[in-house]
Design a protein around this ligand. Structure first.
Ligand SMILES: [Zn+2]
Ligand SMILES: [Zn+2]
Length: 347
């Protein structure tokens, strides 16, 4: 079969690799489509510890069940359309016992430790199948929509902590695919206004085009002042940092009002993660800051339900689509920050 094989930083080659076959407990999927995540791009440009070349990456997988190994139960049948949850817990640690697989001390992940979806077929290991990571979706759902479930599930994990209420004032820092999804969720939950700040007009154009909130360009300005001004001078109840920028975390702390809730959704570069904060401000103003990492199975099911509705413009999120042979062009688009979601058509 054909696969995009990661051989090292900036070295991905589309080549023939052995076709996987399903052993006991395993399932092989025919990949319909695999979306390119920010982390796929980061692996391509910087490498990552749990991706040891040669490796096949890609975790935002939509496929059909091609082969079911012996001993698999869970109602899967050949030809069924499915998506795949990324994180696989060890099954033994305290977090796995609570079914918080994303927090497992020794989790593994599809598209990182195991071969991923930038290939014609992908094998789902037995531990992932047993954990319930192969999730059936309606046959009528487009692969493009289904590919949004994984990133949306991560956003829903972050939103669980924020507990946004109708009428809450919301601000999102970063207008990439994740920022737009957060805007969609906050809009759907009745927040008003929903301000999305970024420094790139092309990205902000999608905010307006998709009707997801009020775009604010903070390029060349003091971001906090520009955002407050755009929001009529009042501070915000909820803030989400959806860009890998430390300054955005500091800005979020200045943007929320008393009882404000902040999601530090995006991680920031590992070499500079220390932020000085006024803890008295957190104390007296009762501010909460929440972390968020990946997602759990229940978030996939919530996200699946959300993308099957039409109240948000899901069909417009995929702005770029490339054949597997052209995956380098896809990486270039993502690296340049163009469009919203870029996907690889693996058929
Ligand atoms: Zn992802
Ligand atoms: Zn565990």
């Amino acid at each position: 079969m054909k696969a995009a094989v990661y051989h090292g930083i900036r070295d991905v080659r589309v080549q023939d690799v052995p076709m996987p076959s399903a052993g006991p407990g395993e399932v092989v999927l025919r990949v319909l489509l695999c979306a390119v995540c920010g982390t796929d791009k980061r692996i391509f440009t910087h490498g990552q510890k749990n991706v040891v070349p040669p490796a096949i990456t890609g975790h935002e997988i939509v496929g059909t069940v091609h082969q079911i190994g012996p001993g698999v139960d869970g109602g899967l049948r050949a030809g069924q359309k499915v998506i795949v949850a990324t994180v696989v817990g060890c099954g033994r640690c305290v977090y796995c016992r609570r079914k918080q697989y994303n927090l497992c001390d020794s989790f593994t992940a599809l598209g990182y430790d195991y071969a991923g979806g930038f290939a014609e077929y992908v094998k789902i290991p037995a531990n992932a199948v047993a954990q319930g990571n192969v999730i059936a979706i309606p046959g009528s759902m487009s692969p493009e929509r289904a590919a949004l479930v994984e990133p949306l599930s991560c956003c829903l994990n972050g939103q669980e902590y924020l507990g946004a209420q109708p009428g809450d004032r919301a601000v999102i820092l970063g207008a990439g695919p994740i920022g737009l999804m957060h805007a969609g969720i906050l809009k759907a939950r009745g927040c008003q206004p929903v301000i999305v700040a970024d420094m790139v007009d092309e990205r902000l154009a999608y905010v307006r085009e998709f009707g997801l909130g009020q775009p604010v360009n903070t390029a060349g300005a003091e971001a906090v002042e520009r955002i407050l001004e755009a929001g009529g001078g009042e501070k915000f109840d909820v803030a989400v940092t959806a860009c890998a920028v430390k300054a955005a975390q500091a800005d979020a702390l200045r943007l929320v009002r008393k009882k404000g809730r902040i999601s530090f959704f995006a991680g920031i570069p590992k070499d500079d993660p220390i932020l000085a904060i006024d803890t008295n401000h957190i104390h007296y103003s009762e501010i909460s800051i929440f972390g968020c990492f990946a997602s759990n199975l229940q978030h996939y099911h919530q996200a699946l339900e959300m993308v099957s509705r039409d109240d948000l413009p899901w069909d417009r999120f995929v702005t770029h689509k490339f054949k597997l042979d052209d995956i380098l062009r896809a990486y270039a688009v993502v690296e340049a920050g163009q469009g919203i979601k870029t996907v690889i058509d693996c058929q």
